[in-house]
Write a protein that binds this ligand. Sequence first.
Ligand SMILES: [Fe+2]
Length: 503
Amino acid sequence: MSLTSFDRRRLLQWAAISTGAPWFVPAARATDVDRFALGIASGSPRADSVVLWTRLVGADLPPRVPVQWELARDEAFTQVVARGTETAEAAWGHSVHAQPRELAPSRSYFYRFSALGARSATGRTRTAPPRGANESLAFAIASCQRWDHGHFAAWRHLADEAPDLVVFLGDYIYEYAPVAGRVRLHEGSGEATTLAQYRARYAQYKGDTDLQRIHAAAPWIVTWDDHEVANDYANDLADAAAPDFLARRAAAYQAWWEHMPLPPSSRPVRANAQVFDRYDWGALARFHVLDDRQYRDHQACQKPGRGGGGTVDLAACPELVAPKRTLLGNAQEQWLGDGLARDDVRWNLLAQQTLMAPFTWTKEGRFWTDGWSGYPAARERLLDTLAERRTANPVVLSGDVHCNYVADLKRRPGDAAPLATEFCGTSITSHGMAQARLDPALPLNPHIHYARSEERGYMSFRLNPQRLEATLRVVSDANDPHATIRSAARFSVEAGRAGAQVG
Ligand SMILES: [Fe+2]
């Protein structure tokens, strides 16, 4: 007997009413809800494993739902190399974080999920090369995809490039309330502060087909910035100081983990989550993924009764340069120093949130306190570590400031030779400042080679043992879902010679 979905729904409604049976699981099969409406993703790639992610949706989901996953060498799934079942639990938003292990290195794989009679789309992922291998790498950095500041066309264009890897540097969601008149509107009625609200915000973003496309195209390595929780938050303090901030942070951290292709081992415990980690790409590169939000000192010289950042004159804010101030926290700083002392990879890529290069707005020194320029002693310690431990080819990858910056990092401002190179990618959509505001400050910051605040997009990189090539990819109009893409600039870094060269 075959029932139409309408018949089936009627029958099941009747069954549910007449028995009230919560065990009647097939009811979940009868809905027209697309269980995989939030898409799929993969991430945290290692030489022998990768994380496969999805999250089931639907108001009628049972508390625990078995979800099958498959990983195959081919898109038709004729050569399945691993399969298993995970339980999607209501307590964790019905998210799934499968972690097939003992995979072959340097391999492309296809994956998909099935649950409650439905099957997900198919995604493509890959494992990292084995230890010692010097295979080249194509990757991209991106950050800051504020929903109501544009469409995600940039993601579609990046998916077309089929990178090996996407490195996401924070602001996956914005917590803000909806603002009338924007090109798209945030769902809900207010700012996200509770677990339910953060989940709803992720669900909205993850419904975007261009975002789904890039997730299905390549594995991601992820970190976060402030807007996954609250604007400019620092450790236990948000910009609008609230007594229950750690409860909010716990809700936000949980929702973030539920929606990211991270392993079960990185599940947050209340308001704590270890995000900093290292990912190796054979002997070619090591990504040092940092968390500059959870452990940092509060921003210097905050206004009375307020948290968050601001722009301050150095002369009026001696606290800014206090030697003990930390952005990463002591434990993470120690961990990073240990990693930067190892000499088994060609390139060391620091995947982190915000512009590291000093940026002053005046000759006398005027700094934005939320970025590295608000923690100059911490920056100096990190640069000293790179110099003293002779870290091989350090390159800093950044986001947060909604502006494309390419900069040389010098150990001390007057030094002739750069010690490292920085690529700070602009936002996918989030608005930046006016170029006219930025321009007058650029002569004061001659180590910055490129600064364009009105560009939206991402940066694509090609890396081999000799050379890093960066292409700044910029969309024609972030308000246009059909925006085209162009290469706005190209830079390179030669191995053994820090500093960005044009072309
Ligand atoms: Fe942002």
